[in-house]
Design a protein around this ligand. Sequence first.
Ligand code: GDP
Ligand code: MG
Length: 177
Amino acid sequence: SDRKANPYSHLFKYIMVGDSAVGKSNLLLQFVDKRFSPNSDFTIGVEFGSRSINIDNNQVKLQIWDTAGQEKFRSITRAYYRGAVGALIVYDITRRETFEGLANWLTDCRKYSSTDVTIVLVGNKCDLEASRQVSYAEASSFANEHGLLFFETSAKTGSNVDEAFEQTAKIIFERTK
Ligand code: GDP
Ligand code: MG
């Protein structure tokens, strides 16, 4: 393959925000490495991961920044958001309070990211259907109201994980070409 000779033609910075323990690090791990860590104390050890995808025969590199622990203190700096063209706002479908906190994350994204940032609402842990506290319909209508893409994912099974990252990239790609 000529991947090394022609590494990528586009670089998109993504950020991941949302309350602690909703699964941000595992979504990144699943997307980049096709792995899942059941350990709740797991720390990814890096603050970002990247993967290249193909869109219309273009190599597009996604550089994804994970808020490693800072979300507990809501101290995510403006520098973190700067230049982001994609933002994943993640909540946990089994913990309603993580959905109630979305408006604050959305405000920060709009305030500090690129003006044309594409924001995706991600309801994670959809493998835990029996413990669901937020319905698909309610989250979907929140997303519609605020002009966001919406996916329910499982970082554990991998369900919809590639789709969430890749659909976002396609939209960004269309806007920037
Ligand atoms: P973060 O704090 O938002 O980065 O969340 P983590 O990725 O560290 O995940 C927090 C906990 O939830 C860990 O115990 C994960 O194994 C678990 N977890 C993450 N995603 C999923 C998922 O899709 N399904 C299930 N069942 N557990 C998950
Ligand atoms: Mg994390």
